[in-house]
Write a protein that binds this ligand. Structure first.
Ligand code: ZN
Ligand code: ZN
Ligand code: ZN
Length: 362
């Protein structure tokens, strides 16, 4: 339970280093990261105000106040009644603060009202500040990610025994959702089933296409379990792989494995992207690998650090992210292999451990 006090103290240290006088967080995952409370995205404003010194206040609509529990007395809850002016209350807690960092997902409406209430302040985005806190996971957070990964790995194994041909993508995706939630996920955030030529669109939305023999099917899905996200991609081939698929798959698998093996403290996020990209490029598929290698993961599916060319972010033990190279041949097929990994003091731990060979299904 001390975790939230520790996190607030860490936030204040980063505020100090970045010259931020007060931090304001509303909807999104930054707020539950610091308080354990997730605000509903409503027209009634919720705002945590953390000054560099003195107590933090969580201003919430009065009717939501019963849902807030305060771990370790880390902050004070201030409920506002229907006829109150919550912006004035928030402005009051900001007091003399000159530089105010605002959470990325705060509704523009509330930001504009705050700017109007305190026009002399300067408002900056809180993304750098919060990224620095959230990027390095605690052992408890890594454990939650591990459990979420285990669930989707089990579903992947189950899907290997499922019939694909003659069914629509949508029907497979419904089955994915059902199996994953029944194994312990609280929410499902995405459920990509992209068959045949649809596989060439990395974020294809499952539709009415009927899966047939000879299709390669990209299955990429994830959700949350105890507040932490899962995200994995495995390939399924119905009967026989399409023309040209096997040669590319060998390259992809090797590139994914080498990128994972390259993960360790002290190297940059960008260098990991290069490991996979160089191998795929040398094999002649460089133009068909059309996205970054991966993204950080935690309370959000996509968060810092981003594993992208040129990112000089140095990896540290405790960072968690995906390694998901893909090769997409327009009009024919697509392929992607995705694991979540965690940087350890010695190197790397893969949280997803299901077989990376493609599964041949009926
Ligand atoms: Zn994606
Ligand atoms: Zn994914
Ligand atoms: Zn991903």
């Amino acid at each position: 339970m001390n975790e939230y006090r520790t996190r607030l103290e860490a936030a204040r240290r980063v505020m100090d280093a970045q010259g931020v006088d007060a931090l304001c967080l509303s909807v999104g995952s930054d707020l539950p990261y610091l308080t354990g409370y997730r605000a509903m995205p409503l027209e009634r404003v919720t705002m945590l105000i953390v000054p560099r010194e003195g107590s933090a206040h969580l201003v919430v609509p009065g009717l939501e106040a019963p849902r807030v529990s305060v771990p370790d007395n880390a902050f004070e809850v201030v409920g506002w009644a229907e006829l109150d002016d919550p912006i004035a209350t928030i402005d009051g807690y900001l007091g003399e603060a000159e530089t105010v960092a605002i959470g990325d997902e705060t509704w523009a409406r509330f930001v504009l009202e705050l700017q109007h209430a305190g026009p002399s302040r300067s408002y900056v985005g809180a993304s750098d500040l919060m990224a620095e806190l959230r990027m390095v996971k605690s052992p408890a957070e890594i454990d939650a990610l591990r459990r979420a990964a285990r669930t989707v790995d089990t579903v992947v194994d189950e899907m290997a025994d499922v019939r694909f041909s003659g069914r629509t993508e949508r029907s497979i995706s419904r089955e994915l959702i059902e199996r994953t939630t029944s194994l312990g996920h609280d929410t499902m955030d995405f459920w990509i089933v992209a068959s045949g030529p649809n596989g060439a669109s990395p974020h294809h939305e499952p539709g009415d296409r009927v899966i047939e023999r000879g299709d390669a099917v990209v299955v990429d899905f994830g959700g949350t379990q105890d507040g932490y996200c899962s995200d994995t991609t495995r390939m399924f081939v119905v009967g026989e792989a399409p023309y040209g698929f096997d040669a590319a798959y060998d390259v992809l698998r090797e590139a994914q494995a080498c990128a994972v093996d390259a993960v360790r403290p002290g190297v940059t996020a960008g260098s990991i992207d290069s490991v996979a990209r160089d191998m795929i490029t040398e094999a002649g598929y460089g133009d068909l690998f059309i996205h970054r290698l991966g993204h950080g993961i935690g309370m959000d599916t996509h968060e810092h650090p981003y594993i992208i060319e040129g990112n000089g972010q140095v990896l540290e033990a405790g960072m968690a992210f995906s390694i998901e190279p893909g090769i997409y041949s327009p009009g024919e097929w697509g392929m992607r292999i995705e694991d979540i990994v965690v940087v350890t003091p010695q190197g790397v731990e893969r949280l997803n451990t299901s077989d990376r060979a493609y599964r041949v299904v009926d």
